[in-house]
Design a protein around this ligand. Sequence first.
Ligand SMILES: [Zn+2]
Length: 144
Amino acid sequence: MSAHKATAWGYLPVIDAESAPFWAGAQRHKFLFRHCNHCGRNHFYPRHACPACWSDNCEWRAAAGTGRVFSYTVIHQNDNLPFRDVLPYIVALIDLSEGIRVTTNIVECTPETVHVGMPVEVVYEAITDTVTLPQFRPALRAAS
Ligand SMILES: [Zn+2]
């Protein structure tokens, strides 16, 4: 899921066989991750085999969509569309309630109010017919 391609919108994820269920879930407003049935750990980004024990006995599960900010940075300069139109914006590492860490944007939040440990919840933005981006905003409901 780290590969990107340029489009009129900007840079969009390349949906491949391994990540397709994640992106299909996002279109249905579900944040999917992988659970290993062998060692019991959850992992993200989605991979065929568990990164902890290498078992391929993994399944998709839906996250609650809540977590907390582990770390973040505020982007003040980016000349590429569409990012130059949304400056400044926040890129963050979010620890989801399921114990997985996700790189994402925090939206509906100013750089002055974001902070480490801030409770967040997932929101979805349909970018194209095939790409819906999960992003996070300050939580309106309590994180578990
Ligand atoms: Zn495992």
